[in-house]
Design a protein around this ligand. Structure first.
Ligand SMILES: Nc1ncnc2c1ncn2[C@@H]1O[C@H](COP(=O)(O)OP(=O)(O)O)[C@@H](O)[C@H]1O
Ligand SMILES: [Mg+2]
Length: 312
């Protein structure tokens, strides 16, 4: 994959809204065919970054290209060549399935529109339901239809902004199968998500907090870069202990994982000493485990500060 050309290549791009600096010096390289994940708390600038990449917003400063086109000066051409699924919105509920596809195809000036729409309907297995209102479809089917709609003009880059929010687990799995098929066919995908299982399905990811890129790389690299030692604690009455654990020397992070607690820290020796002593006193079992991507993300979130919150 290292030989594939860069489809997104931006350096030091910034965006302000009024006096809010919402994207700070973002640099990002994504290669053709990669599935690149965008993670981070709400309000971190994921949507704003995506909108700058697809030509809907112009960066205040920085430079770079998307599909070989300049993000500062060629936004109109970029807009026509990317497939963009916006956050929350997927389809017009009060148009039929066929009308939705036709409308999007028309917006992108798709040649032989009727044939393309008919083929899309066929490929989705929705040929018989062309005249059904899109609003009557399940959440999963709406997302499939929305994805198919934004593929009709054959974009080489897909920007998907939280495409599976509120979609059931089976439909999410199907959606990701489709994304991997597209990626195998050479289409590049940048996708924002809050779901950990989806983050793990990306080839590479970036974690953004309050406009700043905090970590990027493969899931393995992002976890390794935090240099966390992690222990899993199990035993009775764990939930009441999180606060006390958090105050022990060497403990930087306590997070619930099902019936266990994950306790992590940078100082491996201090953490181990604290935990072994604590486990003995409380009759708990402490086992060293590998830090997970979720541990790494919680750690990154905890260590980033909201500059707009004030006070802190
Ligand atoms: N058009 C806009 N005008 C003013 N502020 C905006 C606008 N769009 C986004 N913001 C602000 O920019 C910040 C980043 O938002 P956004 O990019 O939507 O984050 P995310 O997608 O990570 O939740 C937020 O504080 C948001 O309120
Ligand atoms: Mg968003």
């Amino acid at each position: 994959m290292t030989a594939a050309p860069l489809v997104i290549d931006v350096e030091g791009i910034n965006k302000h809204f009024g006096d809010k600096h919402v994207v700070k010096d973002l640099s990002l390289q994504v290669r053709q065919g990669e599935i690149f994940g965008f993670l981070g708390p709400n309000g971190s600038g994921k949507t704003t970054s995506i909108r700058m990449l697809c030509g809907l917003l112009t960066p205040d400063s920085g430079r770079g290209s998307c599909l070989g086109l300049d993000v500062l000066t060629e936004s109109a051409a970029i807009k026509r060549q990317v497939g963009y699924m916006t956050q929350k919105f997927s389809l017009w509920d009060d148009l039929t399935i066929g009308e939705n596809l036709d409308f999007v195809a028309r917006m992108f000036g798709v040649a032989q529109r009727r044939e393309v729409v008919a083929r899309t309907l066929d490929e989705l297995g929705l040929g018989g339901r062309r005249d059904q209102l899109a609003g009557t479809l399940s959440g999963g089917w709406k997302q499939r239809l929305a994805l198919a709609a934004c593929l009709q003009h054959k974009p080489r880059l897909l920007l998907l902004d939280e495409p599976t929010a509120g979609v059931d687990p089976k439909a999410r799995r199907d959606f990701w199968e489709e994304i991997h098929r597209l990626s195998a066919a050479g289409i590049t995908v940048l996708v924002s998500t809050h779901y950990m299982d989806e983050a793990e399905r990306c080839h590479r990811l970036a974690y953004i907090a309050y406009g700043a890129l905090m970590a990027s790389g493969t899931a393995h690299e992002v976890v390794a870069a935090q240099q966390l030692s992690t222990w899993s604690l199990s035993g009775p009455h764990l939930q009441g202990l999180a606060q006390t654990l958090g105050d022990l020397p060497g403990v930087d992070l306590v997070a619930s994982f099902g019936a266990t607690l994950h306790v992590s820290g940078k100082d491996a020796a201090a953490l181990e000493a604290s935990l072994k002593d604590f486990a003995r006193r409380k009759g708990l079992t402490a086992t060293a485990v590998a830090a997970s991507l979720e541990d790494a993300f919680i750690y990154l979130m905890q260590n980033s500060q909201d500059p707009f919150a004030g006070g802190k």
